[in-house]
Structures are given as C-alpha cells and as structure tokens.
Write a protein that binds this ligand. Structure first.
Ligand code: TMP
Length: 212
C-alpha cells in the first residue's frame, strides 16, 4: 500500500473475445494483489446484479428480445450506474480489476452493424482505465475451448467481427497478451503489468475520462 495519503487504486480492465480466459485471469490478479497487501476487488460488466443488469442478462440468454440500439444503451447505463462507486473505491485506494468494459460495449455493438461513433458516444465521460489487458486469441481457437454457444454472441462468425472492432479501439493504454500461452505464463505477464500500473497510480497518476 502506498504511504501517500492521496494514493489511489488502479483501474485495470481485461478485454477479449468470449472464452479468451479473462474471467479466470481477473480473479487470479485480485488474489495476487491481495497477497501483496494491496486492496483489490474484482468487478465485471455486465453487472447482472442490478435491475438494468437483469434486463441485459435476460437478453443475453435469449429470454427477451431488444432492439440493437436499446441493448447497447442498457450496457452503457449499467456502467454509468456504477461510475460513482467505482470512483469512490479508486480514490479510497482500492484497485479494481474489471472483467470487460466500454471496449466490449463498442466492439460487440459495432459488430452488429451500429456505427462506431454512435456506439462510443454514451461511454464518453466514464472513467478511463489506467491499463487495458487484451487477451488475444483467434476466434477459431476460442471456439474450440468448451462452453461455447450457450449465449447470444457465442458464434464464430460474430466473434470474428468483434475481433476486428477491438483492433480499431486499441490505444496507448492497451497491452496485448497472447492468450494461447500456458495459463501460468499469461498470469506472470499480467502480474508484472498490473503491478507496474498499481505503482504508477499510487504515485499520483491522475484519473481520466474515456474518449473526450
Ligand atoms: P460475459 O460473458 O463476460 O458476462 O459478457 C456477456 C456478453 O455480453 C459477452 O458476449 C460480451 C457482451 N457485452 C456486450 O455486448 N456489451 C458490453 O458492454 C459488455 C460489457 C458485454
């Protein structure tokens, strides 16, 4: 933990195609940071616990139908409803490891054919991640990993389009990790990157906002 009383936690986001291993790696990162004595929490989007999140969950499991624009805005609203508690946590010194964020929002909706600028607009002003860890896997390899095909977006052709839109969103906060390496190797690389970022944030790197 930093000795500076202003020191804040880091906002770290994991992104990638369905089945890239983000969820496993996210929880390992939290355990790792906690083991070093840092305050850290695992968050995920969609956050299915809120009422907006329940609408999203029902849509994803094909129990309800929604217009593409509508579901896009619900995903975004689900991040906005968490924004202030996210900021409070970060300012209190807790690092947040977040499984998916606005990049998923834009990549998945753009892959359906919505304009990328339209998709980005409702995300503007959300907190910008200090670090985005992109777990890179080909759509073919991801589809070979079990458990594919239960939810709405888990189809090869669609995931290929999502991968293309992720490329467009790549910026200087991104690190790309080869998700086909052995799990322990990925874990080690992520740990190093996150630790460096946590230190930078403890040392006063200011929080910024997305896509302004
Ligand atoms: P999950 O499997 O990580 O819970 O995510 C559920 C699905 O929702 C996944 O296929 C990605 C998609 N998604 C969006 O389309 N927009 C978003 O904003 C987010 C966070 C996820």
């Amino acid at each position: 933990q930093g000795c500076n009383s202003n020191s804040r936690g880091a906002l770290v986001v994991l992104e990638g195609l369905d089945r890239c291993g983000k969820t496993t790696q996210s929880s390992r990162l939290v355990q790792y940071l906690e083991g070093l004595g840092h305050s850290a929490e695992l968050w995920r989007f969609p956050d299915r616990t809120t009422s907006v999140g329940q609408m999203i969950s029902s849509y994803l499991s094909n129990k309800s139908q929604l217009d593409d624009h509508t579901i896009h805005l619900l995903f975004s609203a689900n991040r906005w409803e968490k924004r202030s508690s996210m900021e409070t946590k970060l300012k209190s010194g807790t690092t947040l490891i977040v499984d998916r964020y606005s990049y998923s929002g834009v990549a998945f909706s753009s892959a359906k054919g919505l304009g990328i600028e339209w998709c980005k607009a409702p995300e503007v002003g959300l907190l910008a991640p200090d670090l985005v860890l992109y777990l890179n896997i080909s759509p073919e390899k991801a589809s070979e990993r079990g458990g594919y095909g239960c939810e709405r977006y888990e189809q090869l052709e669609f995931q290929s389009k999502v991968a293309q839109y992720y490329q467009v969103l790549h910026d200087s906060s991104w690190k790309v990790i080869d998700a086909c390496q052995p799990m322990e190797d990925i874990e080690k690389q992520l740990q190093e990157m996150v630790l460096e970022c946590v230190k930078k944030c403890h040392n006063g790197e200011p929080l910024s906002q997305l896509w302004l």
